[in-house]
Design a binder for this molecule. Structure first.
Ligand SMILES: CC(C)(COP(=O)(O)OP(=O)(O)OC[C@H]1O[C@@H](n2cnc3c(N)ncnc32)[C@H](O)[C@@H]1OP(=O)(O)O)[C@@H](O)C(=O)NCCC(=O)NCCS
Length: 204
Protein backbone atom coordinates (compact mmCIF):
# COMPACT_ATOMS: atom_id res chain seq x y z
CA UNK A 1 0.00 0.00 0.00
CA UNK A 2 1.08 3.61 -0.40
CA UNK A 3 1.97 5.89 2.52
CA UNK A 4 -1.41 7.68 2.11
CA UNK A 5 -3.24 4.34 2.28
CA UNK A 6 -1.30 3.30 5.38
CA UNK A 7 -2.13 6.65 6.98
CA UNK A 8 -5.79 6.17 6.14
CA UNK A 9 -5.72 2.68 7.66
CA UNK A 10 -4.17 4.07 10.85
CA UNK A 11 -6.95 6.66 11.14
CA UNK A 12 -9.70 4.05 11.51
CA UNK A 13 -11.00 4.06 15.05
CA UNK A 14 -12.08 0.41 15.10
CA UNK A 15 -9.59 -2.33 14.46
CA UNK A 16 -12.07 -4.31 12.33
CA UNK A 17 -12.51 -1.32 9.97
CA UNK A 18 -8.74 -1.01 9.71
CA UNK A 19 -8.37 -4.72 8.96
CA UNK A 20 -11.16 -4.67 6.34
CA UNK A 21 -9.68 -1.64 4.58
CA UNK A 22 -6.14 -3.02 4.65
CA UNK A 23 -7.17 -6.47 3.42
CA UNK A 24 -9.33 -4.95 0.69
CA UNK A 25 -6.82 -2.41 -0.55
CA UNK A 26 -3.84 -4.78 -0.56
CA UNK A 27 -5.85 -7.49 -2.35
CA UNK A 28 -7.12 -4.92 -4.85
CA UNK A 29 -3.55 -3.82 -5.59
CA UNK A 30 -2.49 -7.43 -6.07
CA UNK A 31 -5.38 -8.12 -8.50
CA UNK A 32 -4.78 -4.91 -10.44
CA UNK A 33 -1.08 -5.75 -10.64
CA UNK A 34 -1.92 -9.15 -12.17
CA UNK A 35 -4.14 -7.45 -14.77
CA UNK A 36 -1.70 -4.69 -15.71
CA UNK A 37 1.77 -6.13 -15.11
CA UNK A 38 2.59 -3.09 -12.93
CA UNK A 39 3.96 -3.69 -9.43
CA UNK A 40 1.25 -3.36 -6.72
CA UNK A 41 2.98 -0.46 -4.95
CA UNK A 42 3.44 1.45 -8.22
CA UNK A 43 -0.20 1.44 -9.28
CA UNK A 44 -1.80 4.89 -9.15
CA UNK A 45 -5.31 4.73 -7.72
CA UNK A 46 -6.98 8.12 -8.10
CA UNK A 47 -9.36 8.97 -5.28
CA UNK A 48 -11.35 12.02 -4.31
CA UNK A 49 -14.16 12.42 -1.83
CA UNK A 50 -17.55 11.23 -3.19
CA UNK A 51 -16.05 9.99 -6.46
CA UNK A 52 -15.45 6.50 -7.76
CA UNK A 53 -11.81 5.50 -7.33
CA UNK A 54 -10.13 4.65 -10.62
CA UNK A 55 -6.83 3.39 -11.89
CA UNK A 56 -4.52 5.74 -13.79
CA UNK A 57 -2.52 3.80 -16.36
CA UNK A 58 0.13 4.65 -18.95
CA UNK A 59 -1.47 5.10 -22.42
CA UNK A 60 -0.10 1.78 -23.72
CA UNK A 61 -1.94 -0.27 -21.08
CA UNK A 62 -5.66 -0.93 -21.66
CA UNK A 63 -8.17 0.33 -19.07
CA UNK A 64 -9.01 -1.75 -16.04
CA UNK A 65 -12.18 -1.08 -14.08
CA UNK A 66 -12.78 -1.97 -10.46
CA UNK A 67 -15.06 -1.39 -7.51
CA UNK A 68 -15.01 -2.28 -3.83
CA UNK A 69 -17.53 -2.90 -1.05
CA UNK A 70 -17.09 -3.86 2.61
CA UNK A 71 -19.49 -5.29 5.17
CA UNK A 72 -19.10 -7.50 8.25
CA UNK A 73 -16.34 -10.03 7.65
CA UNK A 74 -16.14 -9.43 3.91
CA UNK A 75 -14.61 -7.19 1.29
CA UNK A 76 -16.07 -7.66 -2.18
CA UNK A 77 -13.86 -6.64 -5.10
CA UNK A 78 -14.80 -6.56 -8.78
CA UNK A 79 -12.14 -6.12 -11.45
CA UNK A 80 -12.92 -5.96 -15.17
CA UNK A 81 -10.90 -5.38 -18.33
CA UNK A 82 -14.08 -4.81 -20.33
CA UNK A 83 -16.70 -2.60 -18.69
CA UNK A 84 -17.34 -0.38 -15.68
CA UNK A 85 -18.42 -2.37 -12.64
CA UNK A 86 -20.11 -1.68 -9.32
CA UNK A 87 -20.44 -3.94 -6.30
CA UNK A 88 -22.21 -3.92 -2.99
CA UNK A 89 -22.24 -6.35 -0.10
CA UNK A 90 -24.34 -5.99 3.03
CA UNK A 91 -24.52 -8.12 6.13
CA UNK A 92 -28.19 -8.95 6.71
CA UNK A 93 -29.23 -7.63 10.10
CA UNK A 94 -32.59 -8.67 11.51
CA UNK A 95 -32.66 -5.53 13.70
CA UNK A 96 -32.46 -3.20 10.69
CA UNK A 97 -35.53 -0.88 10.54
CA UNK A 98 -36.37 -2.04 7.05
CA UNK A 99 -39.92 -0.71 6.92
CA UNK A 100 -38.80 2.84 7.73
CA UNK A 101 -35.86 2.65 5.35
CA UNK A 102 -37.95 1.19 2.53
CA UNK A 103 -40.58 3.91 3.01
CA UNK A 104 -37.86 6.55 2.79
CA UNK A 105 -35.54 5.19 0.12
CA UNK A 106 -37.49 2.73 -2.05
CA UNK A 107 -39.96 3.38 -4.84
CA UNK A 108 -43.67 3.13 -4.00
CA UNK A 109 -43.90 -0.12 -6.02
CA UNK A 110 -40.95 -1.66 -4.16
CA UNK A 111 -42.37 -0.60 -0.82
CA UNK A 112 -45.77 -2.10 -1.65
CA UNK A 113 -44.16 -5.33 -2.87
CA UNK A 114 -42.12 -5.69 0.35
CA UNK A 115 -45.24 -5.10 2.45
CA UNK A 116 -46.90 -8.16 0.87
CA UNK A 117 -44.11 -10.50 2.02
CA UNK A 118 -43.80 -12.53 5.22
CA UNK A 119 -41.13 -11.04 7.50
CA UNK A 120 -38.21 -13.36 6.63
CA UNK A 121 -38.70 -12.85 2.89
CA UNK A 122 -39.22 -9.12 3.42
CA UNK A 123 -35.86 -8.89 5.16
CA UNK A 124 -34.19 -10.92 2.40
CA UNK A 125 -35.69 -8.89 -0.47
CA UNK A 126 -35.08 -5.58 1.30
CA UNK A 127 -31.37 -6.40 1.31
CA UNK A 128 -31.44 -7.79 -2.23
CA UNK A 129 -32.95 -4.51 -3.45
CA UNK A 130 -30.51 -2.42 -1.42
CA UNK A 131 -27.40 -4.15 -2.76
CA UNK A 132 -28.70 -4.02 -6.34
CA UNK A 133 -29.47 -0.29 -6.07
CA UNK A 134 -26.10 0.50 -4.55
CA UNK A 135 -24.16 -1.67 -7.02
CA UNK A 136 -25.91 0.08 -9.94
CA UNK A 137 -25.27 3.57 -8.54
CA UNK A 138 -21.64 2.67 -7.81
CA UNK A 139 -21.22 1.25 -11.31
CA UNK A 140 -22.35 4.62 -12.69
CA UNK A 141 -19.92 6.37 -10.29
CA UNK A 142 -22.81 8.19 -8.62
CA UNK A 143 -22.98 6.38 -5.31
CA UNK A 144 -25.62 7.58 -2.88
CA UNK A 145 -25.55 11.12 -4.26
CA UNK A 146 -28.59 9.85 -6.19
CA UNK A 147 -31.66 8.82 -4.18
CA UNK A 148 -31.86 5.02 -4.22
CA UNK A 149 -35.55 4.99 -5.23
CA UNK A 150 -34.45 6.19 -8.70
CA UNK A 151 -33.25 2.64 -9.39
CA UNK A 152 -36.57 0.82 -9.30
CA UNK A 153 -36.38 -2.97 -9.12
CA UNK A 154 -39.13 -5.37 -10.18
CA UNK A 155 -38.74 -9.09 -9.76
CA UNK A 156 -39.78 -11.06 -12.83
CA UNK A 157 -41.82 -14.26 -12.46
CA UNK A 158 -38.62 -16.29 -12.29
CA UNK A 159 -37.34 -14.03 -9.46
CA UNK A 160 -34.71 -12.35 -11.64
CA UNK A 161 -34.47 -8.59 -10.94
CA UNK A 162 -35.35 -6.17 -13.71
CA UNK A 163 -34.18 -2.56 -13.53
CA UNK A 164 -36.24 0.52 -14.23
CA UNK A 165 -35.17 4.11 -13.83
CA UNK A 166 -37.55 6.65 -12.29
CA UNK A 167 -35.49 9.70 -13.27
CA UNK A 168 -35.92 10.82 -16.88
CA UNK A 169 -32.47 12.44 -16.81
CA UNK A 170 -30.74 9.26 -15.74
CA UNK A 171 -32.28 6.63 -18.03
CA UNK A 172 -28.78 5.22 -18.62
CA UNK A 173 -29.11 3.56 -15.20
CA UNK A 174 -31.65 1.11 -16.64
CA UNK A 175 -29.02 0.03 -19.21
CA UNK A 176 -26.80 -1.34 -16.47
CA UNK A 177 -27.18 -5.07 -15.87
CA UNK A 178 -27.02 -6.76 -12.48
CA UNK A 179 -26.13 -10.17 -11.13
CA UNK A 180 -26.81 -11.22 -7.60
CA UNK A 181 -23.91 -13.06 -5.98
CA UNK A 182 -24.14 -15.77 -3.34
CA UNK A 183 -21.04 -14.77 -1.38
CA UNK A 184 -21.87 -16.09 2.09
CA UNK A 185 -24.73 -17.05 4.36
CA UNK A 186 -26.16 -13.96 6.04
CA UNK A 187 -25.01 -11.53 3.34
CA UNK A 188 -26.64 -10.02 0.27
CA UNK A 189 -24.46 -8.88 -2.60
CA UNK A 190 -24.74 -7.70 -6.17
CA UNK A 191 -22.50 -6.95 -9.12
CA UNK A 192 -23.50 -4.32 -11.70
CA UNK A 193 -22.01 -4.14 -15.19
CA UNK A 194 -22.25 -1.24 -17.61
CA UNK A 195 -23.43 -3.43 -20.46
CA UNK A 196 -26.34 -5.60 -21.51
CA UNK A 197 -23.95 -8.11 -23.13
CA UNK A 198 -23.44 -11.50 -21.54
CA UNK A 199 -20.07 -11.32 -19.82
CA UNK A 200 -18.43 -14.28 -18.14
CA UNK A 201 -17.63 -13.79 -14.48
CA UNK A 202 -14.97 -15.60 -12.46
CA UNK A 203 -15.85 -15.76 -8.80
CA UNK A 204 -12.88 -16.41 -6.51
C1 LIG B 1 -19.75 5.20 -2.21
C2 LIG B 1 -20.85 4.87 -1.23
C3 LIG B 1 -22.05 4.34 -2.01
C4 LIG B 1 -20.28 3.84 -0.24
O1 LIG B 1 -21.25 3.14 0.41
P1 LIG B 1 -20.99 2.20 1.69
O2 LIG B 1 -22.11 1.21 1.73
O3 LIG B 1 -20.77 3.05 2.87
O4 LIG B 1 -19.62 1.49 1.45
P2 LIG B 1 -19.12 0.29 0.53
O5 LIG B 1 -18.20 -0.49 1.37
O6 LIG B 1 -20.20 -0.45 -0.18
O7 LIG B 1 -18.28 1.05 -0.62
C5 LIG B 1 -17.15 1.79 -0.30
C6 LIG B 1 -16.27 1.86 -1.53
O8 LIG B 1 -16.98 2.45 -2.62
C7 LIG B 1 -16.03 3.08 -3.47
N1 LIG B 1 -16.61 4.38 -3.85
C8 LIG B 1 -16.50 5.57 -3.21
N2 LIG B 1 -17.20 6.51 -3.88
C9 LIG B 1 -17.75 5.91 -4.96
C10 LIG B 1 -18.58 6.36 -6.03
N3 LIG B 1 -19.00 7.62 -6.14
N4 LIG B 1 -18.96 5.45 -6.96
C11 LIG B 1 -18.56 4.17 -6.88
N5 LIG B 1 -17.77 3.68 -5.89
C12 LIG B 1 -17.38 4.54 -4.94
C13 LIG B 1 -14.71 3.17 -2.72
O9 LIG B 1 -13.82 2.27 -3.32
C14 LIG B 1 -15.06 2.72 -1.32
O10 LIG B 1 -14.11 1.90 -0.70
P3 LIG B 1 -12.64 2.40 -0.30
O11 LIG B 1 -12.80 3.82 0.14
O12 LIG B 1 -12.20 1.46 0.76
O13 LIG B 1 -11.83 2.28 -1.55
C15 LIG B 1 -21.32 6.12 -0.46
O14 LIG B 1 -20.40 6.48 0.53
C16 LIG B 1 -21.51 7.30 -1.40
O15 LIG B 1 -22.34 7.27 -2.28
N6 LIG B 1 -20.80 8.37 -1.25
C17 LIG B 1 -20.84 9.45 -2.22
C18 LIG B 1 -22.13 10.21 -2.34
C19 LIG B 1 -22.58 10.90 -1.11
O16 LIG B 1 -22.94 10.30 -0.13
N7 LIG B 1 -22.61 12.22 -1.13
C20 LIG B 1 -23.08 12.93 0.02
C21 LIG B 1 -22.90 14.37 -0.26
S1 LIG B 1 -23.80 14.78 -1.71
Amino acid sequence: MTAAERERAARYHFQEDRKRYTAGRSTLRRLLAQSTGIAPSELVILEAEWTKPRLELPPDIPSIFFNVSHSGDFVLLAVSDTVEVGVDIEQVRADCPITDLARRYYSPAEFQYLETLPSDQRLRDFYRFWTIKEAVLKCAGLGLSVPPHVVDIRLKEDGIPELHCLDGNRMFLAQISVRELAVAEGYASALALKTQDKISINLA
